[in-house]
Design a protein around this ligand. Structure first.
Ligand code: SF4
Length: 281
């Protein structure tokens, strides 16, 4: 039986970079805090905690404390409040997320209404809209297009949360184009996400079974699973080897494996090893 591991499985460039920055900061022995978890993965969160970085719920006045900004960034209010309270900032915002901020800020200056296609309650989206002077419009689904609001917009700039599903985004953009005369679309889905999505649209068609590895809290892993399941009903979403059922691999010639952007390499290799042992029996 063949095991085919997706080239893009696991940490993306932005998560790797943010983790390196976090561990380097922890190694200095300084007090480092973070608002929330660095990524949606229990193992990684444990490692980060072990390194000495504290997770905090809110900012408070402090001295000699660093605030680590995570890969998906933060809004202007968080930066300003942190500085005001005495934190020194370590900014691990992914350069690809920064690029989205830059586009949105520039286009707003040129008079465009900013529309963000993304999850309304995601920190990356809060970060994008929170850097703008005027209120941006966030669209999550095609059904969110409210003609009473959209119809009044003369010129708009559309940017996209970096991990959105390309197909869904293109449908929303063509829906918007019908109602907004001047629409500038910047497809800001990042390269690692595009690669992952391209692979997940092909792998379930050429493998009997698909294993998608990642935390149940990880939105990008969920998206990978949903695409995979829509193409191959023998798709399974797991976060540890204990969840694997040997029966999944009956009459199977090939297994495709991929993992969300917050899944560590170690989890992937442990699971591959476990599958090898099952099928060798
Ligand atoms: S998913 Fe893309 S934008 Fe987000 S951290 Fe990873 S590389 Fe950066």
């Amino acid at each position: 039986m063949h095991i085919n591991l997706a080239k893009s499985a696991g940490f993306c460039f932005g998560v790797k970079r943010a983790l390196n920055i976090a561990f380097q900061a922890a190694a200095t022995g300084e007090k480092v805090s973070m608002l929330g978890d660095i990524v949606h993965n229990e193992e990684v969160v444990k490692e980060v905690k072990k390194s000495g970085i504290r997770k905090i719920k809110s900012l408070k006045p402090t001295k000699n404390e660093f605030l680590l900004i995570r890969a998906h960034g933060a809004d202007l209010n968080t930066f300003n409040k942190a500085i005001q309270f005495g934190y020194k900032i370590i900014d691990a915002t992914c350069p690809m997320v920064r690029e989205i901020h830059k586009i949105a800020e520039n286009m707003e200056k040129k008079g465009f209404k900013i529309i963000v296609i993304g999850d309304k309650r995601h920190d990356e989206v809060y970060g994008i809209i929170g850097k703008l002077k005027k209120k941006a419009l966030v669209i999550e689904e095609l059904g969110d297009i409210n003609l009473r609001i959209i119809g009044k917009i003369i010129k708009a700039c559309v940017v996209v949360q970096s991990t959105q599903n390309q197909e869904k985004v293109l449908k929303i953009v063509s829906g918007l184009k019908k109602h907004i005369k001047q629409l500038e679309f910047f497809n800001t889905i990042c390269l690692p996400t595009r690669t992952k999505q391209n692979e997940i649209r092909n792998m379930p068609l050429v493998n009997n079974v698909m294993i998608i590895i990642g935390s149940k809290k990880s939105a990008n892993t969920k998206r990978l699973y949903e695409i995979s399941y829509s193409l191959n009903k023998r798709s399974y979403w797991i976060n540890s080897k204990q969840e694997i059922k040997p029966g999944w691999f009956k009459n199977t010639h090939s297994v495709g494996i991929t993992a969300g952007a917050s899944t560590p390499e170690k989890t992937i290799s442990v699971i591959i090893e476990h599958i090898r042992k099952i099928v060798a029996k």
